[in-house]
Design a protein around this ligand. Sequence first.
Ligand code: SF4
Length: 75
Amino acid sequence: MLRIIFQRQKCIGCGSCVEVAPDRWQMNKLDGKSILIDAKGKKGFYTIELTNDEYEQNKEVESSCPMHIIRVEKC
Ligand code: SF4
């Protein structure tokens, strides 16, 4: 399993995450920030646990985010 943790408040809407993993990330046109699809939010942090199928792609998302607000870890 893997866990993605996303600190949404600091997102600048650059779109890199959506470009790398469009099945898991989406832009919200209303506030210009990205959405971690199906994640649960708590105090500004959005978290989801997934199977390892999505690990490599989301590791790439993690390193492509200029704000360093995405963490992808095995759990
Ligand atoms: S890569 Fe980071 S800053 Fe850019 S849209 Fe995604 S979460 Fe926001």
